[in-house]
Each structure stands twice: as structure tokens, then as C-alpha cells.
Design a binder for this molecule. Structure first.
Ligand SMILES: Nc1nc2c(ncn2[C@@H]2O[C@H](COP(=O)(O)OP(=O)(O)OP(=O)(O)O)[C@@H](O)[C@H]2O)c(=O)[nH]1
Length: 203
């Protein structure tokens, strides 16, 4: 039997080429893959992490950004616990498409889904979208915001770990007799994490 207390499904979406596959590979395998093709349909990887002595299994679905796969990728939204919407900070069109992606998310994902906006490729020097613009977009659409580099390994671990922590927190809150202690935040939004007696009753 596999030893984990929680299983969460995390789905990455966003335009082709923004770095979704590289973010997943960096987090799950610790590598920045050299030239690889576009994702075809959907790919998935697993990583088990530990938070407050609880093992959390993350099932990470990497969807193809290309339009022609849209009908396949949409079907993966529904059961997602968290959706990571990625754009490339050095490519304005990938930011301009965010409202289209949000429309898809609203149509196909659960209303309870945790939504995180990620500006990737911050190692690049040809930035086109200032941090504040990304932050402001996220705030207006009630999303967390984080900037990452899959290449330089900036904030990638933080991204997935904080999503895991946030989802675990939300799950524990559904249980009776919940109290909280300790806090972590993704860029200002605070999510409470605690040593979790309530979680011991799960699984
Ligand atoms: N400089 C830089 N390049 C990156 C970074 N992440 C990804 N790339 C590059 O961006 C290109 C696309 O990366 P992918 O991870 O395949 O992009 P994707 O979003 O999965 O693309 P699709 O599968 O077509 O949807 C590749 O050439 C990567 O090497 C990053 O953090 N910094």
C-alpha cells in the first residue's frame, strides 16, 4: 500500500512554449531538459512531498498549450484541485491570452479550484511584462501570484510546496475541531499551516 495521507491533482495550463513541461520536470526530476518537443495532449508525473510530517502525493498534469489539443486538455480541468496558469514574462502574447484561459477555467474547472498565476522565465533579460502587472492581474482575478524560472530553478519548489500546503490546509478545514497555528504565504496571501492532529484522522 502506498504511504500518503493526501492525493491532490494539479493541472498546468497556458500558451505553448511558456515552460509548463520544464516547470514540472524541474520540480519532479530536478532537471531543466534540453530541447524537447511540444507536449502532445496531456502528460502526467507524480511527486510525493512532506509537509508537517504528512506525506502528500501530487499528481501533476502537464497539458499541451497548442490550440489543437484544447478539447482534450479541457477534460482534465474538472477534477483538478489546483490549476497553475503559466505565461512567459518575456512574451506579451502569452500574457494577453490569460483572459481566454480564465474563461476556459471558469467554464470547465470546479469553482473550488485553487488558482495560481505563474510568470515563468524570470532568468531572461528581455522581460516584457513587469512584475506589478502580473501581480495586479492575479489580484483582480483572485489568484495567487508567483514568478519562476524553470531554468534557474527559482521558486519552482516553492510553487508546488505551497500549493500542497494550501490544499492540505483547505482539506483539514473541512474537518471538525479545526484550529490553526503557523503561517506561510505565497506573495502576500497568507495560508495557515499547522501541526495537524486533525489530519491524523484521515486516510
Ligand atoms: N530561459 C528560459 N527558458 C525556458 C524556461 N522554461 C522553459 N523554457 C524554454 O521554453 C521552451 C518551451 O518550454 P516547454 O516547457 O516545452 O513549454 P510548454 O509550455 O510545456 O509548451 P507546450 O508543451 O507546447 O504547451 C523550451 O525551449 C524551454 O527550454 C525558463 O525558465 N527560462
Amino acid at each position: 500500500m502506498e504511504d500518503y495521507k493526501f492525493l491532490f491533482k494539479v493541472v498546468l495550463v497556458g500558451n505553448a512554449g511558456v515552460g509548463k513541461t520544464c516547470l514540472v520536470r524541474r520540480f519532479t526530476q530536478g532537471v531543466f531538459p534540453p530541447g524537447q518537443g511540444a507536449t502532445i495532449g496531456v502528460d502526467f508525473m507524480i511527486k510525493t512531498v512532506e509537509i508537517n510530517n504528512e506525506r502528500i502525493k501530487l499528481q501533476i498534469w502537464d497539458t499541451a498549450g497548442q490550440e489543437r489539443f484544447r478539447s482534450i486538455t479541457q477534460s482534465y480541468y474538472r477534477s483538478a484541485h489546483a490549476l497553475i496558469l503559466v505565461y512567459d514574462i518575456s512574451c506579451q502574447p502569452t500574457f494577453d491570452c490569460l483572459t481566454d484561459w480564465l474563461r476556459e477555467i471558469e467554464e470547465y474547472a470546479s469553482f473550488k479550484v485553487l488558482r495560481v498565476l505563474v510568470g515563468n522565465k524570470i532568468d531572461r533579460e528581455d522581460r516584457e511584462i513587469p512584475t506589478e502587472v502580473g501581480e495586479d492581474f492575479a489580484k483582480r482575478h483572485d489568484m495567487y501570484y508567483l514568478e519562476t524560472s524553470a531554468k534557474a530553478s527559482d521558486n519552482v519548489e516553492k510553487l508546488f510546496m505551497q500549493i500542497a500546503a494550501e490544499l492540505m490546509e483547505a482539506k483539514c478545514k473541512e474537518l471538525p475541531n479545526y484550529e490553526s497555528s503557523g503561517a506561510q504565504s505565497i506573495n502576500g496571501k497568507t495560508t495557515t499551516i499547522r501541526d495537524n492532529p486533525c489530519c491524523d484522522r484521515l486516510g
